[in-house]
Each structure stands twice: as structure tokens, then as C-alpha cells.
Design a protein around this ligand. Sequence first.
Ligand SMILES: [Zn+2]
Length: 109
Amino acid sequence: MLILRCPYCGVETDETDLQGGGQAHLKREGPGSSDDDFEDYLFMRENPKGVHFERWRHVYGCGKWFLAARCTNTLEVFGTYPAQTLEPPQEIKDKITAKRPGWSWGTFQ
Ligand SMILES: [Zn+2]
């Protein structure tokens, strides 16, 4: 079972108290963007077997959205952090690199 710690209220809870919100760190496209960029924003998502960054909502707790870095293959959680964060905190990136040498994904390394 997936267990995540909400970075706002500090509660460690399982996925039955949470609601998944899909991939984190999407670049939002709006008016003025090309059709291809807007289509990618709406429909194209990463689906890795390994390290992934996701949005979660503590729906039966504080109700806030947060982000999580975890491995989709092993359910190992590398950390959670506030939703307003533009990229994963360095300590989480270092933790992932230590456990998955050579890992890289998108613009994060
Ligand atoms: Zn919470």
C-alpha cells in the first residue's frame, strides 16, 4: 500500500485518504501557445516504470494538494513537498540519485 506524508499537516497516511491528481510539474500552456504545445499539455503524460513525480490531494485530511516523488515499480517514496514548488527539492533529487544511479527524467537530474 502506498503511504505518503502530507507536507502541510505532517500526517502520514495511506492512499485511501488521498486523491491522485496525475503528473506533477506540467508546463501549462494557454492563449498564444501553438496547437501542438496545447495538445501536449492536455493529453501527453509520462508513464514511467520507475521514478515519477505526482500530484496528490489529502482529501480526507487537510484538503491541500501536494507533490510526491516515488517509484511506480516498487512504491518507494523519495519524498513529498508543497504543490507550489516549481521543481523537486534538492534533498529529494539527491535521494533519488543515491538510490537510482544514472537516473534522469525530463529537466530534473
Ligand atoms: Zn494534510
